[in-house]
Design a protein around this ligand. Structure first.
Ligand code: SF4
Ligand code: MG
Length: 465
């Protein structure tokens, strides 16, 4: 998901709509905005579909007045499967003894099922099926006098990944979990401030990137001032390495480095680790493009757009049902036959999850008359589900959980298939020495099976780490 908030600018909701539009790649099912105006109180709009189809309409935007607003774009993750109900669309809002508060959460709470049971036993009335709603009920039970302190209480009780933006009548609040699994950044816009999942959304509103919110940090912005505190026990950070590979936009800056540059470098590492004799390097667009540029550059094999993407389709992976995903590949991608014919083609994609995409693309490329097809993948085999806010399927549906690399090659039906190593991925992400197995700098659980936070709900359901 994506989260965005601003404070201290007129018509804040318009800025949030723009920010969410720039974060649309993080969630395409639905979006919501909450704003506050002293004369009109808190208002919210939650809609299915794209930001541009809902939050550009005057009849929607004029219901969201005020100089402070937060928003959220959603895609359902492991916590809440199936079709999204509108009541699952964030931000969530609560009216407490100490005032109203809206919460937008990116990430996934790994003890939400247990918390929900306890909270319901003690009388909480849940409105949604979302893990994030636990935060509201935990806040309601806190005895603290300020909402910021209640948020701290609530977030000390949850486990898992969270980047949260909250707003009260006067404050914009940003918090990251102690490991900093999901991103969150701070920006300056005129006399106001913005919080965003990624820097690309600061660019769209002309805000200046100030810094990242640090893992385990809470910032409270009020009256033009930013106050920082550290509510959680200190821990070594474990940012999601899959944000670098796929999830974030390439024009965002993470850890002082452009995501595009990291992805290009993944391609360079891949070309060193898994060279092949070929005539053409093609990305599977858009997610494989920067790595393909790096692969072509390092290998000296010409780069070409052998697959053309229809710009009016969203991300296929993020379509929640299998059927739509299956159609999606063809609706979204088509082969540039004239370029492909007779050539030995290296296809570069970001990841293989179920393998559906790779298999269909291979069919299309061979249909177009390619002489050979070699897949190069910009991440290691995805063999484990994510419980921290990225929608990977259960283990049995992950190709790499049930097959060796050679078996995957044969199942997809290509001449060769190679994945970047975890060490190569770390090098590309700026860790010159590769992955330190005793203290990895990133979360890489979907590749390594080493979960930095034990997924306690899943373990209770029988999940074996
Ligand atoms: Fe990211 Fe994978 Fe960790 Fe999930 S399991 S947070 S996708 S690295
Ligand atoms: Mg892709």
């Amino acid at each position: 998901c994506g989260v965005f908030g601003v404070i201290g600018v007129a018509d804040a909701a318009n800025f949030v709509a723009l920010g969410l539009h720039a974060l649309q790649h993080r969630g395409q099912e639905a979006g919501g905005i909450v704003s506050y105006h002293p004369d009109h109180g808190f208002n919210s709009a939650r809609r299915f579909g794209y930001v541009r189809d809902n939050f550009t309409r005057a009849d929607v935007m004029e219901t969201l007045p005020g100089a402070i607003a937060v928003g959220h774009v959603r895609y359902s993750t492991a916590g809440s499967k199936g079709a999204t109900a509108i009541r699952d669309v964030q931000p969530f809002f609560g009216e407490f003894a100490v005032g109203g508060c809206a919460i937008a959460h990116n990430g996934n709470l790994t003890n939400a099922a247990a918390l929900r049971r306890q909270l319901i036993e003690r009388g909480a009335i849940f409105q949604s099926s979302s893990d994030s709603e636990c935060i509201i009920h935990l806040m309601a039970r806190s005895m603290q006098k300020t909402l910021a302190e209640r948020i701290k209480d609530a977030l000390r009780a949850v486990e898992g990944a969270f980047s949260v933006i909250a707003m009260t009548r006067t404050k914009l609040i940003g918090v990251r979990d102690a490991l900093g699994v999901r991103p969150l950044v701070l920006g300056r816009i005129g006399d106001g401030w913005a919080l965003s999942s990624e820097t690309c959304a600061l660019d769209i509103i002309g805000a200046e990137f100030v810094r990242e919110i640090e893992p385990g940090e809470m910032v409270v912005i009020e009256g033009g001032e930013v106050r920082s505190s550290r509510p959680f026990a200190p821990a070594a950070s474990r940012f999601c390495i899959f944000e670098q590979v796929y999830f974030s936009r390439p024009d965002s800056i993470i850890g002082g480095r452009s995501v595009y540059e990291t992805r290009r470098q993944i391609g360079v590492e891949l070309a060193r680790e898994a060279p092949v004799e070929a005539d053409l390097v093609c990305p599977v667009p858009d997610s494989g493009t920067p790595a393909a540029i790096g692969y072509a550059h390092e290998s000296g094999i010409p780069f070409g757009m052998g697959i053309i993407r229809n710009q009016y389709m969203g991300r296929t992976f993020i379509e929640p049902t299998e059927q739509i995903r299956n159609m999606g590949v063809r609706l979204k991608l088509n082969v540039n036959r004239a370029l492909i014919r007779g050539k030995r083609v290296v296809l570069v994609d970001d990841s293989v999850v179920r393998g559906t995409t790779s298999r269909k693309i291979k069919d299309m490329i061979l249909d177009a008359g390619a002489a050979e097809v070699h897949f190069r993948i910009a991440s290691p085999p995805t063999a484990w589900p994510c419980f921290y806010g990225v929608d990977t399927p259960e283990r049995s549906k992950l190709l790499a959980a049930t097959m060796s690399e050679d078996e995957m090659r044969d199942w997809i039906g290509v001449d060769s298939l190679k994945f970047i190593s975890l060490d190569g991925l770390y090098r590309a992400a700026g860790e010159a020495a590769g992955r330190d197995p005793k203290a990895p700098r990133f979360c890489d659980a979907c590749f390594s099976g080493q979960y930095p936070v034990a997924p306690s709900d899943k373990i209770a359901e029988g999940f074996q780490m």
